[in-house]
Design a protein around this ligand. Structure first.
Ligand code: G
Ligand code: G
Ligand code: MN
Ligand code: NA
Length: 254
């Protein structure tokens, strides 16, 4: 694996694929949405996880065209599932700092929505706290524009970044994703449980919805349900799936 040159070649060679991890609504038990997760199908050594290449792609600027590919692919897939008769869902994508800073971000999202025919309200953009806090004024302007477009905004890895709660008031956020480091310790660490409970209360009093990430055990799910968490994502419900497997699950097939 020659990271930089191989990465430069990967889009053209169609080596990127999206996996989809479903989120389950805790009240209805239904799939409320999916998160698109990028994978690199390298000829050798094989499947490469983003943790290994997103950083490099960000450094050399390649994350911008890669991110554009993710956006296009995710919108197209969500619209195709819907046309094929699957129940409507939210499609969430991750945005990198470089992408977020692009001047044409909003127009490129608008264009991808139009090309695919996906409703803006079905696209969810995941941003991290650090991404929002780098330049608060600029972030506020961009997020307001995205909001006007009609897309949903969620805060990824909530509770782990350097941030202040101030931005929850300042930015038009729809949803918090509780970082899996807090969820992991449910059942073993009362402090993590208290934080999870407090995040859910805070979110609800601000009119935001909450999804818990990294749910792996029944006891975590039970605690989240007791706290009124809206939805969950994690291996307990499903690992990230290839599109065919995701579609079977959306159709309720085994
Ligand atoms: O399963 P997982 O290995 O997919 O993801 C690892 C990290 O990579 C997560 O922090 C996730 O947010 C990030 N990631 C996954 N897909 C994308 C993507 O399409 N774009 C960006 N910028 N980050 C992604
Ligand atoms: O950082 P972000 O939330 O965007 O990325 C989600 C990451 O979490 C992906 O790498 C995904 O594969 C991983 N993931 C999803 N469910 C679980 C889980 O239940 N446990 C753990 N440890 N990781 C998970
Ligand atoms: Mn995410
Ligand atoms: Na996360």
């Amino acid at each position: 694996l020659r990271m930089e040159s191989d990465l430069r070649n990967a889009i053209e060679s169609q080596e990127f694929v999206l996996y989809y991890q479903p989120q389950m609504d805790l009240k209805s038990g239904r799939i409320s949405g999916v998160e698109a997760l990028l994978r690199w199908q390298h000829p050798r050594p094989g499947l490469v996880h983003p943790a290994e290449f997103i950083g490099v792609a960000e450094e050399i600027g390649l994350i911008v065209p890669i991110g554009a590919w993710v956006l296009e692919q995710a919108c197209t897939q969500a619209a195709a599932w819907q046309r094929a008769g699957c129940p409507p869902l939210q499609m969430a994508i991750n945005l990198s700092a470089r992408q977020f800073a692009q001047k044409d971000l909003v127009s490129s999202i608008d264009a991808a929505l139009r090309r695919s025919g996906l409703a803006a309200s079905q696209l969810e953009i995941e941003i991290t706290e650090s991404l929002m806090m780098t330049d608060v004024e600029q972030a506020a302007a961009t997020l307001n524009e995205l909001k006007r477009l009609g897309v949903r905004l969620s805060v990824d890895d909530f509770g782990t970044g350097y941030s202040s709660l101030y931005y929850l008031k300042r930015f038009p956020i729809d949803k918090l994703k509780i970082d899996r480091s807090f969820v992991r310790d449910i059942g073993s660490d009362p402090d993590s449980e208290a934080i999870v409970g407090a995040i859910i209360s805070l979110a609800h009093s601000l009119g935001l919805s909450v999804v818990a990430e990294g749910v792996e055990r029944h006891e975590q799910l039970a605690y989240l349900a007791r706290c009124g968490c809206d939805s969950m994502q994690g291996y307990l419900f499903s690992a990230p799936l290839e599109s065919e497997a995701m579609e079977r699950m959306l159709r309720g097939l085994p």
